[in-house]
Write a protein that binds this ligand. Structure first.
Ligand SMILES: [Zn+2]
Length: 304
């Protein structure tokens, strides 16, 4: 059995969003409740996040943007991203969760880690919040991992929405491969197959556009057949996953039709693609029951 860490803290419940906002604290409550009722708790190594420092966040974000988030009064940062009194703290801990996971993997204490965090991160850009995301948790984690000695990092983003912030952070970087599947066209508008990276990073970004209505067969093709050779060719020493469960057919924000069995095969394919440490970082997923069930399925596969 693999040593699997689970990073969580109640601070993530303190990032508040307005009534009926799909990205709310009930998502994490659903996840922790599902884990408890599935008797997985004892099998996981429970880990607390640390708070990412300004220097950690500056690995991806501008100092001016970090300071703006720290000091700005509550309100909307864009049409759908809300900043509440504890959002800076929660977002700093969300990025810090990935940092903690990287350190635990680096020190050999865990083989795989799941970070159950919010606010999510993959839309956040160097100087801007976007699409429910404040700091780009996975991008901060990847840059931190590079600093700590990991040489090549493979990021996989299976959220229904394109991880525009992660892509723009690493598009000219040949030490971080960004592989992403998304419904296309869809929010945020990027993520077409033509986006392949720039400069030195050309060929190190791979976008797979999924048409509305795509489901298990399309995802299984991509994750079982296309992904593993890309991972082996790149030969990473760490894999980071932007785990967005809004690809599920029950999800209110998606027009994709992935089932729980589909999630299981996607996760299996990712884990079987390499023997290096794998860190999952929660992104989307807005049907509470389906989200809880999916995370339990992901953890069961991670433990194998
Ligand atoms: Zn999403």
């Amino acid at each position: 059995m693999k040593r699997v860490g689970f990073v969580y803290d109640d601070i993530f419940l303190k990032h508040e969003t307005p009534k009926r906002h799909p990205e709310n604290k009930d998502r994490l409550v659903a996840i922790t409740d599902s884990i408890r009722s599935s008797a997985l708790t004892k099998k996981l190594i429970n880990m607390r996040p640390r708070m990412a420092s300004a220097d950690d966040l500056a690995l991806v974000h501008s100092e001016r943007y970090i300071e703006k988030i720290r000091t700005q009064c509550p309100g909307f940062l864009d049409s759908d991203t809300y900043l509440s009194p504890h959002s800076f703290e929660a977002a700093s801990y969300a990025a810090g969760a990935v940092i903690e996971a990287v350190d635990r993997c680096r020190q050999g204490e865990t083989d795989r880690v799941f970070c159950a965090v919010r606010p999510p991160g993959h839309h956040a850009e160097e100087r801007a919040a976007m699409g429910f995301c404040i700091f780009n948790n996975i991008a901060v984690g990847a840059r931190y991992a590079r600093k700590k000695g990991y040489k090549k990092i493979f990021i996989i983003d299976f959220d229904v929405h394109h991880g525009n912030g992660t892509q723009s952070t690493f598009e000219d970087d040949n030490t971080v491969f960004f592989f992403s599947t998304q419904q296309f066209p869809n929010f945020p508008g990027t993520g077409s197959a033509e986006e392949k990276g720039k400069g030195q990073g050309e060929g190190f970004t791979r976008n797979i556009a999924m048409e509305p209505g795509a489901g298990d067969p399309e995802f299984i093709n991509v994750y079982q057949d296309l992904l593993p050779p890309l991972v082996s060719r790149f030969s990473p020493d760490l894999i980071l996953v932007s785990a967005g469960y809004d690809i599920l057919k029950e999800d209110p924000l998606s027009k994709l039709n992935v089932s729980q069995q589909g999630i299981k095969i996607i996760v299996q394919s990712i884990l079987n693609s390499s023997a290096v440490p794998v860190i999952f970082v929660l992104e989307g997923g807005y049907n509470l029951a389906a989200l809880g069930e999916s995370v339990v399925i992901t953890l069961r596969e991670m433990l194998k």
